[in-house]
Design a protein around this ligand. Structure first.
Ligand code: GDP
Length: 410
C-alpha cells in the first residue's frame, strides 16, 4: 500500500503544556478542525464542539489517546500525547523521544509557569523544535507581551512573535498575521472558518512596526537574509518563512502565536504553523542504535527501504480491542502478519492487527511506513521502551540518557 502522504508532508508532534494551560481544549479543537466528517460538511451545522467531543467519546475512542492521526491541508499530523504532570518525568522524556516537534501551550494570564520550565528544559535536551501558543487570550489579565517576555527571560528562548491580538480579554476577536499582514477573525462561534481580511485601522501602525521588527529578527537568523536586509532589498514572505523554519529546526528561534482555544479562535493558524515550522521525519537526524550482536554503532535513515527499526512508546489497554502497543517507525516499515525481533528481550513476535488511530475511528492498515506512528494488537513480550526490528538486521535503539536523576524506563 502506498503512503497517503510523502514523508516530507508528515509531522509527529506533541502538544506540551503545564497542567491547566489548555492542552486538552487545544487538542480537541485541533481534532475538530482537522476532522474528516467536519471537513466533508457532513457534520450537522448545529453540532457544537462539545457535542462532537461527547460523540467521539461515545464511539469509544479517547480523544487524547497515545497518538492520533489528523490531516490538515494535505499534510498528515500525528499528535502524540504528552503528560501534563511533572511527576511523569520519565513519561515526558519517552514522548519527547518519539515526537519531532512540539506546540507549547501557555496560559496568557500566567506566562511561563514552573512546570513549563521543566518540560522546556527536557525538550531542549532532546533538541525538540517548538512553536508556542499563548492560549486563554480571552481571560481577564491575559497578556501576550508578558507571556512572550517570560518565554525570553525564564526559558532563555528566542521567541518570535508572529501575530498581534485583535481586542483584549472578553473582546479578543482574532489576530493579525504579521508575515502576511492580514487580520484573521472567526465570525462563526465554533471557529470553523477563519476569515482573512484587512487589519483594523487602529492596529495598522502597530502592525507595521511589529512587522518591521519581525523581518529584522528573522533576517538576523539567516546569513543570506542578513545581507539582503542590510542592502535594503525586498524579502518575500516565502523567504522569511523558509529562514524561520531553518532557525526553528535548529532550535535558534521559536515562533509565537496566540488565541483562545475555548472561544475557538486561533487554532487553525497553529495548524498552519505546525506545517510551516516544525520538522518532518526527514528533518531529524537518522536514528542511532547498536548492533546487539557486535555492539557496533549503527544509524538508520528515515526510509521505507531501510531495514525496520521501531520503538514501542506506550502500551494501552483499549476497552474495545485489547492490549495495544503504540510505536514509532524510524526506518523500514511494520507490516501486518510478519515477524519482528525485539532485541532487548531476545524474542521474535508476530505483528497482528495494525491500526491507525483517528479521532473519530480506528483504521486497519497493512503497514506503517518509516517516520510514521501506529498501534499493533497482539504483542505479548514487548513493552514501553522496547525496540522492534528486522530479525535479519537487528538494531537496539539508543536507550534514553538521563544526565540527572537516573530514572529507569524499561
Ligand atoms: P490542560 O490541563 O492543559 O489539558 O487544560 P484544559 O484544556 O483541560 O483546560 C483547563 C481549563 O482551562 C478548563 O476549565 C478549560 O475550559 C479552560 N480553558 C482552556 N482554554 C481556555 C481558553 O482559551 N480560555 C479560557 N477562558 N479558558 C480556557
Amino acid at each position: 500500500m502506498a503512503r497517503t502522504f510523502p514523508l516530507e508532508r508528515c509531522r509527529n508532534i506533541g502538544i506540551i503544556a503545564h497542567i491547566d494551560a489548555g492542552k486538552t481544549t487545544t487538542t480537541e479543537r485541533i481534532l475538530f478542525y482537522t476532522g474528516k466528517t467536519y471537513r466533508l460538511g457532513s457534520v450537522d451545522e448545529g453540532t457544537t464542539v462539545t457535542d462532537w467531543m461527547v460523540q467521539e467519546r461515545e464511539r469509544g475512542i479517547t480523544i487524547v489517546s497515545a497518538a492520533v492521526t489528523a490531516e490538515w491541508k494535505d499534510y498528515q499530523i500525528n499528535l502524540i500525547d504528552t503528560p501534563g504532570h511533572i511527576d511523569f518525568t520519565a513519561e515526558v522524556q519517552r514522548s519527547l523521544r518519539v515526537l519531532d516537534g512540539g506546540v507549547v501551550v501557555f496560559d496568557a494570564t500566567q506566562g511561563v509557569e514552573p512546570q513549563s520550565e521543566t518540560v522546556w528544559r527536557q525538550a531542549d535536551r532532546y533538541n525538540v523544535p517548538r512553536i508556542c501558543f499563548i492560549n486563554k487570550m480571552d481571560r481577564v489579565g491575559a497578556s501576550y507581551e508578558y507571556s512572550i517576555e517570560s518565554i525570553r527571560t525564564r526559558l532563555g528562548a528566542n521567541p518570535i512573535p508572529m501575530q498581534i491580538p485583535i481586542g483584549a480579554e472578553s473582546n479578543f476577536s482574532g489576530v493579525v498575521d504579521l508575515l502576511t499582514m492580514q487580520a484573521i477573525t472567526w465570525r462563526d462561534e465554533l471557529g470553523r472558518e477563519p476569515v482573512y481580511g484587512e487589519i483594523p485601522a487602529e492596529l495598522r501602525d502597530e502592525a507595521e512596526e511589529r512587522r518591521a521588527i519581525l523581518v529584522e529578527r528573522i533576517a538576523e537568523l539567516d546569513d543570506d537574509l542578513t545581507v539582503k536586509f542590510l542592502e535594503g532589498e525586498e524579502i518575500t514572505v516565502e523567504e522569511l518563512k523558509a529562514a524561520l523554519r531553518r532557525a526553528t529546526l535548529a532550535n535558534k528561534a521559536t515562533p509565537v502565536f496566540c488565541g483562545s482555544s475555548l472561544k475557538n479562535k486561533g487554532v487553525q493558524p497553529v495548524l498552519d504553523a505546525i506545517i510551516d515550522y516544525l520538522p518532518s521525519p526527514l528533518d531529524i537526524p537518522p536514528v542511532r542504535g547498536t548492533d546487539p550482536n557486535s555492539g557496533e554503532e549503527i544509524t538508520r535513515p528515515a526510509s521505507d527501504d531501510a531495514p525496520l527499526s521501531a520503538l514501542v512508546f506506550k502500551i494501552v489497554t483499549d476497552p474495545y480491542v485489547g492490549r495495544l502497543a503504540y510505536f514509532r517507525v524510524y526506518s523500514g516499515k511494520v507490516t501486518s502478519n510478519t515477524m519482528v525481533y525485539n532485541p532487548g528481550k531476545g524474542r521474535k513476535e508476530r505483528i497482528g492487527r495494525l491500526l491507525r488511530m483517528y479521532a473519530d475511528r480506528r483504521e486497519d492498515v497493512e503497514e506503517i511506513p518509516a517516520g510514521d506512528i501506529g498501534a499493533v494488537l497482539g504483542l505479548k513480550e514487548s513493552f514501553t521502551g522496547d525496540t522492534l526490528c528486522d530479525p535479519q538486521a537487528p538494531i537496539l535503539l539508543e536507550s534514553i540518557q538521563f544526565p540527572e536523576p537516573v530514572i529507569s524506563v524499561a
